[in-house]
Ligand binder design. Structure first.
Ligand code: ZN
Length: 468
């Protein structure tokens, strides 16, 4: 058992649990670049699989673009370059030779992809162009790094689309939000959608939507972003097509970004003082079979192989722990790693043709008949996912407050009246010492109030929070 409660000292708890559960190894000598362990990487790949399924289902095709971007190509969209200026790594030499044109190690792939998009998109028939890739990107992070949350080498999921019109790009954004819903559902993660304020949108974007979840200490974590670019990139990168009248038009573009923060959020939201709790859909091991050794075998091996057969046929990711150590020690270890379900098999279970099941989320133990095993497992996984989802949603809801003004800031997300002016928004940040997340997209505001700074009548509310 970990001697830390996440509600009391989230930071310590998080660092400890990522380590103890064996997700990443932080001992690599470059800060912000962790080693993924087999268990952690399996979890990430299962999340990626959900992401791939959702992209593919909506007609987005997976691609893979180069890691290096030539400096002149990188510099074409002015806001974008400015925004990433202090964060990019440079390649200046190849062997002993200094390069004529320096290379940027991609911090994101707009500028790697868009010159190629200008070759791919020729006519109306080439649109929409919908692609995505899952690759590592590099950003020189100056704030303190944290496993899976603030990295310099980022496991990045990026979707890029080109459309004939602004309206079509807007439809893409609605589709992206549907995709976010499906992904969050698999991870049992609640979130709010905020339209980021002008001063905090993605460099080069027309507008940005942030997908924000809430950590146990009340800080928000951005787990996804969706951007409408309009023609901000297609003009400098010359991505256009001939319309039906034979006139040249620039495409409208969107992007969608996510990262290993999805896993970081999952760990933070569902874990407890015993360790991680994985939602069954993305659990590297969905069930662990613990053998309670009772002296001689007396046919236990035969019973175990029957159970294995049922599990395999049901398509469950499971392992068998038959090590010769105390069952209690085995329990702790698998609880720490967040395995959603434990099966206990000993002499008694074999005699009665039963299996003892124990849920990681509730600790509840029940005995089931061997014949009912397959059905019960499916039911239990659904029950665990539902419980994790409900628990997390209750917490998320309880952390959103309506407050009178920035001087009344409390933990979590604070919503207050705002006229929409940047000047007042900046003042809210100064007074509260927190960040303006933007206006909430997925929750309407009732009635009207007065801007907490200038007193003007408004129908807008802004969300303010300390963020990770
Ligand atoms: Zn105002």
């Amino acid at each position: 058992v970990i001697n830390l409660r996440k509600e009391e000292d989230f930071s310590e708890w998080y660092n400890e649990i990522v380590e103890l559960a064996g997700i990443t190894d932080k001992r690599y000598p470059v800060k912000g670049m962790n080693v993924w362990t087999p268990y952690g990487w399996k979890a990430m790949l299962l999340i990626d699989a959900v992401v791939r399924r959702e992209f593919n289902r909506r007609g987005n095709s997976e691609v893979c673009f180069p890691l290096f971007i030539p400096e002149d190509q990188f510099s074409k969209e002015k806001e974008h370059v400015k925004g990433f200026d202090e964060q990019v790594y440079w390649v200046t030499h190849a062997g002993r030779n200094e390069l004529d044109i320096r290379l940027v190690v991609r911090p994101t792939s707009e500028t790697a992809m868009y010159p190629i998009f200008s070759l791919w998109v020729r006519s109306h028939a080439d649109l929409p162009l919908k692609i995505y890739q899952i690759v590592n990107v590099f950003r020189y992070e100056t704030k303190q790094t944290r496993a899976l949350m603030r990295m310099r080498e980022i496991h990045f999921i990026e979707g890029h689309t080109c459309h004939a019109s602004f309206e079509d790009a807007e439809r893409q954004i609605s589709e992206d939000l549907q995709m976010m819903k499906a992904i969050a559902q698999a991870l049992c993660i609640p979130y709010s959608i905020h339209r980021r304020p002008e001063w905090d949108k993605f460099p080069g974007a027309y507008y940005s939507l942030g997908i924000d979840t809430i950590m146990p200490d009340g800080r928000t974590l951005q787990i996804g972003t969706i951007h409408q670019y309009r023609t901000n990139f297609s003009v400098p990168y010359n991505i256009g097509y001939e319309n039906e009248e034979g006139r040249r038009e620039y495409v409208h573009q969107t992007t969608y970004g996510m990262s290993e923060r999805l896993l970081g959020a999952l760990i933070s939201i569902h874990g407890d003082e015993r360790g991680l709790i994985f939602p069954p859909e993305v659990a590297p091991i969905q069930a662990i079979i613990v053998i309670i050794a009772g002296g001689d075998d007396h046919g236990l091996a035969g019973y175990l192989s029957e159970v294995r057969e049922v599990m395999t046929a049901a398509g469950i990711r499971f392992e068998v722990d038959d090590r010769d150590i105390r069952p209690g020690n085995k329990y702790y270890e698998w609880e720490r790693k967040g395995v959603p379900l434990r099966l206990e098999i000993g002499q008694r279970e074999m005699r009665e043709r039963e299996i003892t099941l124990c849920r990681r989320d509730t600790g509840k133990r029940i005995a089931v008949r061997f014949e009912a095993l397959a059905g019960t497992l499916v039911e239990m996984f659904d029950g665990i996912a539902q419980n994790l989802h409900d628990r997390a949603s209750r917490f998320h809801g309880s952390m959103i407050h309506i407050v009178a003004g920035p001087e009344h800031l409390t933990t979590g997300v604070n919503r207050m009246w705002w006229c929409g002016e940047e000047k007042c928004g900046i003042r809210i940040e100064e007074i509260s010492g927190a960040s303006v997340l933007g206006t909430q997209e997925d929750s309407s505001t009732d009635g009207e109030g007065k801007c907490t700074i200038c007193g003007r009548t408004t129908t807008l509310m802004v969300s303010v929070a300390r963020s990770m």
